[in-house]
Design a protein around this ligand. Sequence first.
Ligand code: ZN
Length: 580
Amino acid sequence: MIDASGPQVHIDLRAASAHLVQVEIRLRPRQQTLRLALPAWTPGSYLIRDYVRQLEGLQLEQAGRSLPLRRMDVAAWQAELPDQEPLTLRYRLLAPELTVRTSHLDADHGFLCLAAVVLAVEGERWQPHHLSLALPDGWQAFLTLPQEAGGGWTARDFDQLIDTPIEVGPHGAHRFAVGEVGHRWVSWGVTLAGVDPMEGDPDLLRDVQRVCHACCRLMGERSPAADDYLFILHLTDNGYGGLEHDRSSVLQYGRRRLLKPDGRRKLLQLVAHEYLHQWNVRRLRPAELTPYAYDRPTIVPTLWFAEGVTSYLDQFLPLTAGCSSEAELFEDLGMELSRYRQSPGRAVQSLVESAEEAWVKLYKADAYAISSQVSYYLKGAVLALVLDLHLRRHGSGLPAVLRLLWQRFGRVGRGYRQSDLLDAFCGVAADLRQLLPQWLHGHEDPDLEGYLADVGMVLKPQLAAEPWLGWQVEAAAGGGVQLQRVLRAGPAEQAGLMVGDELVGLAGWRLQRPDDLAPVLTAQSDAAVLPLVYARDGRLRQTELRHESPRVERWLLEADAGAAPAAVERRRQWLALEVA
Ligand SMILES: [Zn+2]
């Protein structure tokens, strides 16, 4: 049966072992020409993914007759319709990719990223979309669309439909509430002990709930912005990733990572990050992404705010939730600041350039990226720290500005632009009118030590044990030592080396594994120049390597034992995300 209120999407997942998702879309046409397109990307992950590469067997039928479809673009089709009788579209999609923004179907479970699955029909975008699923026996579906009395689900429109990730399988969900809102947590994949992660760690669900509460407190709310919430966790061998949606988060995490000393804390930070996105980026959304253009890249200069501020705050939220310690936060912030200071690309690419070039640089980072670009997550988080501490000099703080922006834009569904962010920050600290554009468009680092001193913190540099060569090495696949990274203007680059070169011998000594390097470098530390034999494209070559004295390899962030009482009180407020 077809009603006039929008497409009916039926997804059949019973060919699970073949990884084939079978889709049928029925609709009553509104126009003489039918135009169809599959999204090329999914919001939150700024890369053209060409989901159409998994689509096959597309057919269009009207009243039992097959109609020809003309391909207009790689992922777009059109057909001239003889009449307005109901239409049926059928196609299949291969679903072999387990990431947070692709679909995966096998005999154990299924995960659907609907942007990669559902064809958009021109003229139907803002109509309700009805969804039904056919599942293998014993499986159930987890998703956050309102359920229909007669079975199936209804999305308000196409955007809400493809913003709904779906997990299906024989597994069950854990339930908890945050404020008035029911939450479900569904995990697929087991820990190294062979159990569901929530069963392996009975306190984990409680801590997830505490982190969700901490996010609401940060936003000045009792309940989340969503009226229903689903966490989907895929526990894989070594994965890491997350993708935010209006009413769900999809997380991928490594079971080995979970066993590391910081593994549980980093998972809670990932939970905090994606959950906080239901405000910052999903509902408090850049104007450029309102509405989404699913067929092409969209330049968003404010991604530094969406991702940087979220990445900065996600580190505090397990602490304010009572799930981690101040010392652990100092360790995490110290690591982040060290990573930032060891990114030579920050002298090349500005923060706004990083955001605007996300589609072609951050999401396509290669071995040279560290020298030519800086992540807007990383530099954005460092800027968020600087802004937080700067605003605190003016009696406010980043949490207050985030809440103000939420009230001014997110709550009322208005998209914001860079100038709106600037206005919000300058409303608290007028001097940011000058400073913020410099930090956004320039390459100079803010005075981190000075800002940290305000809250009684110090950065302690740690020197590396070995001379600086401006390279990173790895074990080559077939044995030997290979250059993984060559930093711009460093000794390795000046010696003519490039990524992929195999290091064969240094100062007359054969190199067979990365560990062979350190003893030679230490023994030869007095020599100004070291002869190096290397191989490129099958040919042996020689060069001379001039090493430099050891450099700082990391900065430890520590509380200053001699800090004045006023700084100690500012530190307490800063760590609690409190604003005076
Ligand atoms: Zn994010």
